[in-house]
Ligand binder design. Structure first.
Ligand SMILES: [Fe+2]
Length: 242
């Protein structure tokens, strides 16, 4: 199977035009006009993941987080190690980031579906996150949270009635700006990457927050994306960090 055929299958699921502006997605290293024999998939394009891809004989690597977020001026140290290993094994690197968060059945939809949200809408106008009604008690909700991440962090400064408004956002969604925005429209908010200051703000604004970790809120949906790939691609696909 050719690299560009794999990209077509990925992009049928996660159209690149859905990505938020400035996101570093798509083909990030290597070429597409080559025969692919083994695919790797990972949340992060870490050195560990690239080493595993290299050792496993992967020649096409799909990651959710891009290898480089901000422009770099020199290829030394860690980025040199990563690039030279990708090059040595001729691994094509393709990233589906916010387009995979936003798309139908993507990472955000997977969370919304897991919590059985009713009247689901996009949380942000750019398509990130979902908001809807959670039908049940707060304890019912926590049981469902455990299925995403057992070691979640709960910030709860007030009680909440059954059938509450729940917002979910995969990955990094607990900045102070996010907390402020979500506190106006939801009772409970589940995402990842809580900081001390956003915790305090959530308490002050009376927003109940669950940090189910950046990793788990994204890997939850990535597993479903991997199922889609396995269904549509007749090649060995190995997950490298989940
Ligand atoms: Fe992320």
């Amino acid at each position: 199977m050719k690299g560009y055929e794999i990209v077509e299958i990925i992009e049928n699921f996660a159209p690149p035009e859905l990505a938020i502006e400035g996101d570093n997605i798509g083909l990030l290293f290597g070429e597409l006009d080559k025969e692919v024999n083994k695919i790797g998939i990972a949340l992060d394009c870490s050195l560990m993941v690239i080493e595993r891809a290299y050792n496993e004989g992967v020649d096409f690597l799909i990651t959710h987080h891009p290898i480089i977020k901000n422009p770099v001026n020199r290829f030394v140290d860690l980025i040199y190690k990563k690039i030279s290993l990708l090059s040595k094994a001729d691994i094509t690197l393709y990233t589906a980031h916010t387009n995979l968060d936003i798309c139908k059945n993507g990472l955000n939809d997977c969370l919304a579906e897991h919590f059985n949200l009713k009247d689901v809408k996009e949380l942000y106008p750019n398509g990130l996150g979902r908001i809807g009604i959670f039908e049940g008690s707060f304890n019912d909700f926590l049981k469902k949270v455990e299925e995403v991440e057992k070691n979640y962090t709960l910030v709860k400064s007030k009680e909440v009635e059954d059938n509450f408004k729940l917002a979910v956002l995969s990955g990094y969604g607990l900045s102070q700006k996010d907390i402020e925005y979500v506190s106006k429209i939801a009772d409970v908010y589940l995402s990842g990457d809580l900081t001390h200051h956003s915790k305090i703000l959530a308490e002050e604004l009376g927003l109940i927050v669950v940090d189910a970790t950046h990793y788990s809120t994204e890997v939850f949906g990535l597993k479903k994306f991997l199922k889609y790939l396995n269904k549509n691609i007749n090649l060995d696909i190995v997950s490298l960090d989940f």
